[in-house]
Design a protein around this ligand. Structure first.
Ligand code: FAD
Length: 411
């Protein structure tokens, strides 16, 4: 998705020229140490590797991770900021996830004066508030962000666009000539079953944000979570986010179930993530669907009523449709339920930006250049597609930067 010259990068590794390999990687990717860790390589670069036809693909993701880590440990570590010569144009980026950071980095390298506006107090989007430390150390994200700052990217945290300032104000009052919206898809979905308002029910996003960003596991945290040591947790859903929530709960001392309505074969999480969860002792209750969460007299979760499912014919998504087995209800005793059913874009920016068109699922509508229905406003990443992947968000950030450059360089 970001057009890395993979044969050239592997050739440099084969020659043991790690800095040369890093130069090839970083020419196309703003976040190689991140991508080497969290991208679903099996479906992307490694899925296209011709060696995979007969035997096993080259471990491209592992090589990317190694080269980026090698550079971070041994390579030239910045020194004086290398700010490219200014071209006099100002661009605002909303959101500091992989889409926004990639867009900002590409534009700054071309001499644009770029400011990133981020709602949270830390930079990185899902990379810092969602993906846990054990999968993606935060120091790595910080290093990649520092590299962008070397190129002159300015970052304003604690700024909620749509509340602190609107998109139109950025353009009309602050003089930004174009805006890229990379605000992600942070609005969690729920099942709308009875009991979802009980104490001890979290969305996976809230749960992971409290742990990863707000360090809820530390004594005296401002945003604690309920103590989980010796408790039972059910994580509802089967994607990567569910695996992260389950593995975090396990680390907090809980016995953890993944409750998923289809079978093991259909789990949408990366195979690697499922394997790690299994190794860590997460119990998979597949072909199981919750219908009700039951509380105790204090309003806390006490159990979850579930039904058993079986798989019927494939539905529109191509996956076999789960069908309820009549009379198979049973109670699963749990103390905490974490809903991990997917997320959609937050409507705040749409609601405060007249003329910004969104689709049925709340995704910002863009054309093939990443331009929205609002003049000079571009968008990309999860804010457009709904929850997807780091590398696709980066690809969209790159496209946004290219289109903004094409528009503004004509001025
Ligand atoms: P985000 O990363 O969501 O960043 C958006 C940023 O915009 C956030 O920092 C947010 O605070 C900010 N923002 C939102 N609204 C405003 C506003 N109004 N004003 C200012 N700022 C705003 N993908 C993978 O490829 N591999 C994985 O292993 C993987 N694991 C994941 C695990 C979890 C727990 C989650 C939640 C997602 C995971 N993903 C994974 C998906 C991936 O992280 C996302 O697809 C990707 O981060 C999307 O990037 P983005 O830049 O579009 O949005």
């Amino acid at each position: 998705p970001v057009n890395i010259d993979i044969p050239a990068f592997i050739a440099k590794v084969a020659d043991e020229d790690m800095e040369g390999a890093y130069a090839v990687l970083s020419a196309s990717s703003a976040l190689p140490a991140v991508c080497g860790r969290v991208c679903p390589q099996e479906n992307q670069c490694e899925g296209k590797c011709v060696r995979g036809i007969k035997t096993e693909s080259v471990g491209i993701g592992r090589l990317e991770r190694f080269v980026a880590d090698y550079h971070n440990t041994h390579g030239h570590q910045g020194g004086a900021p290398v700010v490219p010569e200014s071209n006099g144009h100002k661009v605002a980026v909303v959101g500091s996830g992989p889409a926004g950071l990639t867009c900002a980095g590409d534009l700054a390298r071309k001499g644009y004066d770029v400011t990133v506006f981020e709602a949270l107090h830390q930079v990185g989007g899902v990379l810092v508030y969602g993906i846990p430390e054990f999968r993606l150390p935060k120091a790595i994200v910080a290093k990649e962000v520092a590299r962008l700052e070397h190129f002159g990217v300015k970052i304003m945290t604690d700024t909620v666009v749509g509340r602190t300032i609107t998109v139109d104000e950025l353009m009309d009052e602050m003089g930004f000539e174009a805006v890229f919206i990379g605000s992600g898809a942070g609005l969690p979905m729920f099942m709308h079953i009875p009991g979802e308002n009980l104490c001890g029910v979290y969305s996976a996003n809230e749960f992971l944000t409290r742990i990863n960003l707000m360090k809820a596991y530390k004594d005296g945290s401002d945003t604690p979570i309920m103590p989980l040591a010796g408790k039972k947790v059910a994580v509802v859903g089967g994607g990567n986010v569910a695996m992260d929530a389950a593995r975090c709960s396990k680390r907090l001392g809980a016995d953890v179930y993944i409750v998923y309505r289809r079978g093991m074969e259909e789990l949408p999480a990366r195979h690697e993530e499922v394997e790690h969860a299994e190794e860590e002792g997460i119990i998979f209750k597949t072909l199981t669907n919750p219908v009700k969460i039951n509380g105790n007299e204090n309003g806390y979760v006490a159990s979850m009523t579930c039904v058993e499912m079986e798989l019927g014919e494939p539905d529109a998504s191509g996956r076999r449709r789960p069908i309820e087995k009549v009379g198979s209800d049973f109670d699963l005793p749990v103390d905490c339920v974490i809903m991990s059913l997917g997320t959609t874009p937050n409507p705040l920016i749409k609601n405060t930006t007249p003329g910004l068109e969104v689709n049925r699922k709340g995704g910002i509508v863009v054309n093939e250049e990443g331009l929205t229905s609002h003049a000079s406003v571009y968008a990309g990443g999860d804010a457009v597609t709904g929850a997807a992947t780091v590398i696709l968000a980066m690809g969209a950030g790159k496209l946004g930067a290219k289109s903004i450059d094409e528009q503004l360089s004509k001025k």
